[in-house]
Design a protein. Structure first.
Length: 121
């Protein structure tokens, strides 16, 4: 029996900015991949390295991937089986809105950490 997944309407700008460190690391991994797409186990390795985690549960990343896809921040496709008949890989791609939101968050963090952010309103 096919499992039904909830699909949220396209994320609005305010929602796009509310991304967790894990979600940002996932999006960064995907954006840095060949053809700006990445498969699950590679994303897990990148995220663990980026967040300096020794043990990153697979379910944590796959849950985040599924939620990002439900929020229409990611799309995915199944790749072909490996040359030795191995399992197919699921490749993820970041939507333009999610990529834009990630760049905005990156600029905000860079400005704040460099001391150039807005102060004392």
């Amino acid at each position: 029996m096919a499992r039904k997944t909830k699909t949220r309407p396209p994320a609005v700008e305010g929602e796009l900015i509310r991304l967790t460190a894990l979600q940002l690391a996932i999006i960064a991994s995907i954006e840095s991949g060949p053809k700006r797409e990445q498969y699950g186990s590679r994303i897990i390795q990148d995220v663990a390295d980026d967040l300096e985690l020794k043990d990153l549960p697979l379910a944590t990343v796959y849950t985040a991937l599924r939620r990002l896809e439900q929020r229409r921040m990611l799309t995915s496709r199944w790749g072909a089986p490996g040359p030795d008949g191995g399992n197919r890989r699921r490749f993820y791609r970041v939507t333009p809105d999610a990529a834009r939101a990630t760049r905005v968050v990156g600029r905000i963090l860079a400005a704040r950490l460099d001391g150039k952010g807005k102060r004392g309103r």
